[in-house]
Design a protein around this ligand. Structure first.
Ligand code: BD7
Ligand code: ZN
Length: 340
């Protein structure tokens, strides 16, 4: 038996962060919290930068990524909450659904972001909850699947979004949950993973959506946890980074999709957490803030959020805990469900 390892695990309370590693920043590098906060705030202000133009139609998703990052880092107060909410409510359509930006078409993708942002701000009361939940519930199809909008594209992404939205709004009774679960289970593959429609290739993003949806409705018994846990931990590279599918390059955002799914099925101990922390920290721009997909690539708000959210799941010091199924800070989820 390796006595050294045994001692370490028993002396330190948190085996992911033995004090010896924490005190030696040259071994690990540190999360540049203040730089990342400045970066997120600056992206919000530079409305005509390259990134903002590319993000134009995803503006509401961008708001969710940026604001959740700030909250996880304890800096949500740095933004004008009323200003964000007033802009966001202008993205709402008569149907009850939200668009990615003012004047665009509503889609279930942006509707979840709007609900999540209002939850972060503890402002769900500005919503006409029945209107929003009727929009979401109206997208369920006869076979239990969900379409993303009125044009009808079907994907397990939309099953997760619908279930997450309605759970936060406490309106799951508006859909047929059994049929929704059966549809997700029909997208399960022999490798233990899930695809976007029946027979679709397993992909970590889709696995997060299916496992997350099943977790939110208490139906995780449909997942083959050992088989899927093995497929997920095989996504890790020597560098510590994770990819989304076999043969693809590692990417910081997969720290979230893989790790959150592994946690929900209780198989996160098969992933090397210290190495993953190091990979995420190696993808920081320590000068100007922000996190990229791979070391030395250009940073963006999306990867900054998923990097910080990954570190949150890894219990990195100074980062608030995030809920792996709701993708919201644990204290926000508790506020929704433990209040009165
Ligand atoms: C994913 C795919 C979609 O077509 C639509 C939505 C999603 C989920 C959504 C999200 O994370 N919400 O919190 N993802 C995105 O909005 C990203 C945005 C993006 C575009 C281009 C570059 C970076 C980010 N989208 C639309 C993606 O396709 C990203 C692209 C990417 C990120 N890193 C490498 N490529 N991929 C992505 O989110 O993959 C995870 C995923 C795939 C399928 C289902 C659910 C999650
Ligand atoms: Zn990525």
């Amino acid at each position: 038996m390796n006595l050294h390892c045994w001692c370490r695990l028993h002396i330190h309370q948190n085996p992911f962060f033995p004090n010896a590693l924490l005190s030696n920043s040259s071994m690990m590098g540190e999360l540049a919290i203040d730089k990342h906060v400045k970066y997120i705030i600056s992206v919000e202000k530079k409305k005509d930068s390259f990134e903002s133009v590319v993000m134009e139609h995803l503006r509401l998703n961008g708001a969710y990524w940026g604001l959740t990052t700030l909250d996880l880092l304890g800096k949500l107060d740095a933004v004008d909450k009323e200003e964000v909410i007033s802009w966001m409510m202008k993205c709402q359509h008569e149907s009850g659904g939200f668009a990615g930006n003012i004047g665009h078409d509503p889609h279930i993708l942006y509707t979840l972001s709007a609900v999540q942002v209002l939850a972060l701000f503890d402002k769900l009361d500005v919503l006409d909850v029945d209107k929003v939940s009727n929009y979401v519930a109206g997208l369920q199809n006869e076979d239990g699947s969900f379409s993303g909008d009125m044009w009808g594209e079907v994907d397990t992404r939309f099953s997760y979004i619908a279930i997450c939205c309605l759970s936060i709004l406490k309106r799951l009774d508006k859909i047929n949950v059994d049929k929704a679960v059966n549809y997700i289970v029909s997208c399960k593959n022999p490798d233990g993973g899930f695809g976007c429609t029946p027979g679709g290739e397993s992909h970590t993003g889709q696995i997060f959506c299916c496992v997350g949806a099943l977790a939110l409705v208490g139906a995780l018994h449909h997942v083959d946890k050992d088989l899927l846990g093995w497929w997920l931990c095989e996504r890790q590279f020597k560098s510590g980074g994770l990819n989304g599918r076999p043969e693809k390059l590692p990417d910081v955002c997969y720290s979230w999709w893989v790790l959150s799914s592994s946690i929900m099925i209780n198989r996160a101990h098969w992933i090397n957490k210290e190495k993953l922390v190091k990979y995420i920290l190696d993808c920081q721009d320590t000068e100007n803030g922000g996190i990229s997909d791979r070391p030395d690539d250009a940073v963006d708000v999306f990867h900054t959020y998923f990097g910080v959210a990954g570190l949150s799941l890894l219990e990195y010091p100074g980062v608030k805990a995030i809920d792996p199924a709701y993708a919201l800070p644990v204290d926000v989820v508790n506020r929704i469900f433990l209040a009165n």
